[in-house]
Design a protein around this ligand. Structure first.
Ligand SMILES: [Fe+2]
Length: 192
């Protein structure tokens, strides 16, 4: 379960409200496959709602950045992270059974949201406030593109990145096993 804490707050009402909603939808998804005999429909529905809401949230967050004309050095990376998130989710859904996917997605989304909100979204908010206070987008980026050091936040981000890395490694290992298996089959069929 991913619990909201003040450390996630960007102090932009729209963004915080949507992030809280994403946490709720993620927890609904986690619940949907932990309960006994939920059935595919329940998991599918929870997943569908979460992915749709994430998509809407990313669009609105990007609109907010455009309205404030955030420096492209920030906007481009931020947009790319949103795009990569949607791509990874789609891949996981396409290549796994719904139960397997739901379990992996909960772990992936938990780590991704933690890392993304504590880093990219926080510097986005800092740049928006700086622009509202009169800085140019370039100055705002130069002053606020690094997350200020906080030991707890750093530990949370590090744990999330390590989880994402472990999950990626597990997927790579699985792929390597599959490739080896196919190579063995190929050798056998050629040797016949
Ligand atoms: Fe974001």
């Amino acid at each position: 379960m991913l619990a909201w804490s003040y450390r996630f707050a960007t102090k932009i009402e729209l963004v915080d409200t949507q992030h809280k909603r994403l946490f709720d939808l993620l927890n609904v998804l986690a619940d949907s496959f932990q309960k006994e005999g939920p059935g595919e429909a329940l998991i599918n529905d929870a997943l569908h709602q979460l992915v749709n809401y994430a998509n809407k949230h990313f669009t609105e967050e990007e609109e907010l950045m455009k309205e404030h004309q955030l420096d492209s050095r920030h906007f481009d990376i931020h947009h790319l992270e949103h795009k990569a998130f949607m791509y990874d989710i789609e891949r996981l859904q396409n290549y796994l059974s719904i139960e397997e996917a739901a379990e992996k997605l909960v772990s992936f989304i938990t780590s991704w949201l933690t890392y993304h909100i504590l880093s990219v979204d926080q510097v986005m908010a800092a740049q928006i406030f700086a622009i509202e206070a009169g800085m140019s987008p370039e100055q705002a980026y130069d002053t606020h593109h690094i997350v200020p050091f906080d030991a707890v936040v750093t530990r949370m981000m590090l744990n999330s990145v390590l989880d994402l890395w472990h999950n990626s490694m597990a997927r790579c290992n699985k792929l390597e096993d599959k490739v080896t298996e196919l190579q063995e089959k190929l050798k056998l069929s050629v040797g016949k």
